[in-house]
Structure formats: C-alpha cells, structure tokens
Write a protein of this length. Structure first.
Length: 440
C-alpha cells in the first residue's frame, strides 16, 4: 500500500508540473547569453535515476517561474567517480554553475584547484542556513580557512538493516547492539545453515575488494560508532592507531575468521535482498530497492553495533552530498538564488518522496510539512532520528588515496587475517603519512 500511495503522489506532482509547464520550451533549448531569455545556468545533479527525476521536476518548476534566469540540467558526466569528473572539469574550465553531488571528502581538492566560490560571501547565507539547521551542524562543514564552500543538503546515515525472519529462525527477536551479540547471533545462524536447514545463509556480506569507498560502509561507520563520533584526523594529522580502530578491525577479523561473512564477492547479486544474509549496512536509499523487489521482506533497522561496554549515543557515517557553486560561473548571484530554491522545505519534501534520502535540517520530525510522508514511510523515521548523530569525512587532501591505504590494510587484517589489527593500523598510518608527504 505504501508503494501505491507514493507512486500516486509522485504522479500527481508530475501531472501538475506538466500542466503548469504546457507550452513552455525545455530549458536545454536556451543558450547562455540569449538576450531574449537573459541568464542561463547549468546544473549538475547526481546521475542516478531518482535524482535525475528530482532535478528535472525542480528545474522545470524553476524555469516556468523565472523566465529571465533559466536553468539547464545535465546529470554529472559518467566517470570512475564524481570526484574525478569534477576535478577534470575544474582543470578544463568546464564546470557547471551549480552541482548538488559534492562529497565533502573532495572539497579540499576542489578549493585548492580554485574551483569553488565561498558561499558566505552572500549577505543572506547565514540567515538562510540558520533557518534550516543549528549552527553547530553548519560549522561542521566550514572549510579550514574559515569559509563555507558547500550547503549541507542531504545525508544517508549508514545503519544496520536486518532480516527479522532470519533472526527469528536463529532464536532471536532483538537485533545485535554490541560486537559480542553480533558474533553470537552470527554463529547461531552459521550453525543453522550447516545443519542443513537452509542453504547459503550468512550473518552478513561486504564487498571485500580493496576499493576506497567500500570502507565507507564497514570500517569507517563502525569506527565512528566505536569512538563516539570521531573522524580519522585530529588537527589535520592522521589519528588511526587507537583503541577504537583496533576494536573495529578485531571485530571484523573475528567475523571473517568465524565464517560469518563470505570471503567472496558476488557481483550483481544482492544476497540480503534475496534472503540469504541477515544484516546489511546501508543508508535509506536501500529502502526503495527492498520495497520494489521484496515487498514482503521482514525488515528491521537498528544502529551500527558498538563495542561491549560502550555508553552514549551511537554515531555513524552520514554519507553527505552537498551543493556548491563553481568559480567558472558568470552569474554567482543568480546561482545562489537557485541554490536557495533547491533547499526550500517543500523541495526537501520532494527529495524525500522521490529518493527517500534525508535532507540536512533539524525539523524533519517536527515540521507538519513532512508528517504525512513519515506516516506513510515509518521505516525512514529511523534514518531521520539517526541523522543528528552522524559524521562526515575530514577535509583533507588525497582522501581517496588515504582510504585506499586503509582498504589495503583492512583486507590484510580483517578479511584474510594476515596481520594483527594493531600492526595493520600502524602500517596504514605510515602509508598515509607517505601519501601526504609525496603529494605536498
């Protein structure tokens, strides 16, 4: 029923927009400098279907109401990563006016290349953002030299999704909250599978390839959770050889040693969705996939497990994507007006409706505008409640290379048990220091 209502809602929105826009030309017909149309801005959203749908709806709505400031929407060109595409565009001088897929981890490189303009240059920057979020959240996105080059837009708190049916078969009703509980339940599931009752059953599965961004969904959110909200750098220096990181590596080492996770990667198959895996670590984007392909899935959602004895709120990685204006823009004031349009509350509601991703604002569960959405999508409430307890990544040069180094040591220690956790962390620290030294 939830799916049908959501589709009806989106269909109504689309029909209304099309009726309003009937007779209007597509924004892509207008070129910059067209004296009949005035200003034309180029906007790059993320290239996934949901965000293209969102961007298309918003751009059409904007263009109808702003005939002298037209926006041309073009999804970010396909590349190995958005960050590489944007850096290449900065180098070539072909960046858009506005992009809404800015990963904070790439910001330092963009700023160093002279690719972004500081947004606090606009007189109403703080007025607009203070209405959306507390200042302490905004300050987390302030650049090292004091300016703000990004508008915090959306977050995907990484949480533990779990299959209630598998846990029930193993004799458990509550999800694991600590490492020892997770391993205990994992062993019970493993033993059921080996008894022949089920085939191919696992406590969890992760992509074991040592690719930098894979660690954003296992090692890094677990590290943030274990440490009570710390990131990898303190005052610009790597701080990874500590008890929290060691506990995380030791936990995953046990997980693989006890054969609770497979040491193989099944490309193109979602074993969690197929009912072969009990837990998965993901953001709210996964909910739409479950609704579509497994509507009867007995889904539970819980915080990331923490070390035994941990006290306090459980933090996690937020997987933020933000909005920036590029320095190649000829129309910074107009671009800023469009950015403000993108983050209006009614458009945050559309972001929720189309993508199920969480807007970065502190009134989500208080504002009546969003009440009906959460009533129809109660599972997303878990992510909205988790959002204030998230962390991003450090604004550090070469963050992808740094996560590559962590991935290599994670593979050696956690997955294949070739190194003790403390040694792997020390080796990662040395490699990271070399990366920083080489690239200065």
């Amino acid at each position: 029923m939830t799916i049908d209502i959501k589709r009806i809602y989106c269909a109504v929105i689309t029909i209304v927009l099309l009726l309003v826009l009937s007779g209007c030309n597509d924004s892509q017909e207008f070129e910059a400098g067209d004296t009949n149309r005035g200003v034309t801005l180029t906007y790059w959203p993320a290239p996934n279907p949901q965000e293209i749908e969102l961007a298309d709806s918003l751009v059409r709505y904007w263009n109808d109401r702003n005939p002298h400031i037209q926006v041309r929407m073009q999804p970010i060109p396909v590349g190995q990563s958005t960050e590489e595409v944007l850096l290449a565009a900065i180098a070539a001088g072909t960046t858009p006016d506005v992009c809404s897929n800015i990963w904070p981890g790439g910001l330092h490189d963009y700023i160093d290349a002279g690719g972004l303009i500081p947004l606090d240059r606009f007189d109403d920057f703080f007025t607009v953002l203070d209405e959306r979020m507390p200042r302490d959240i905004l300050d987390a996105f302030r650049s090292a030299e004091g300016h703000y080059y990004q508008v915090p837009w959306k977050t995907n708190p990484v949480m533990m999704l779990y299959n209630k049916d598998i846990l029930r078969i193993a004799g458990y009703t509550d999800p694991p909250a600590t490492y020892s509980e997770y391993i205990e339940i994992g062993k019970a599931i493993r033993d059921i599978d080996r008894s022949g009752s089920r085939h191919g059953l696992w406590m969890g599965q992760r992509d074991i390839r040592p690719i930098w961004w894979q660690r954003l969904f296992d090692f890094y959110p677990f590290y943030i959770a274990a440490s009570g909200g710390r990131t990898l750098f303190q005052d610009g220096e790597i701080d990874i050889v500590n008890e929290y990181a060691e506990k995380v590596l030791d936990f995953f080492q046990q997980v693989y040693k006890e054969q609770l996770f497979p040491r193989t990667f099944t490309h193109g198959r979602d074993l969690f969705l197929q009912g072969n895996v009990a837990t998965n670590f993901a953001g709210s984007w996964q909910i739409a996939t479950i609704r579509r392909y497994a509507p009867d899935f007995a889904l539970g959602i819980a915080p990331i497990p923490v070390p035994d004895g941990y006290e306090g709120p459980v933090y996690t990685y937020g997987d933020y994507k933000n909005i920036s204006i590029f320095s190649t823009t000829r129309y910074p004031e107009e671009a800023w007006e469009f950015v403000k349009f993108l983050i209006e509350a009614r458009h945050d509601l559309l972001l929720l409706e189309i993508t199920d991703q969480i807007p970065v604002r502190d009134d989500l569960l208080r504002n009546e505008l969003f009440a009906e959405y959460f009533e129809r999508n109660p599972e997303i409430i878990h992510f909205a409640e988790q959002a204030p307890y998230t962390r991003g990544v450090d604004e550090i040069f070469d963050l992808q290379e740094i996560f590559d180094a962590i991935s290599q040591e994670y593979e050696a220690s956690a997955i294949y048990n070739r190194k003790e956790p403390l040694q792997a962390l020390r080796d990662a620290e040395r490699r990271i220091q070399l990366i920083k030294a080489w690239n200065r």
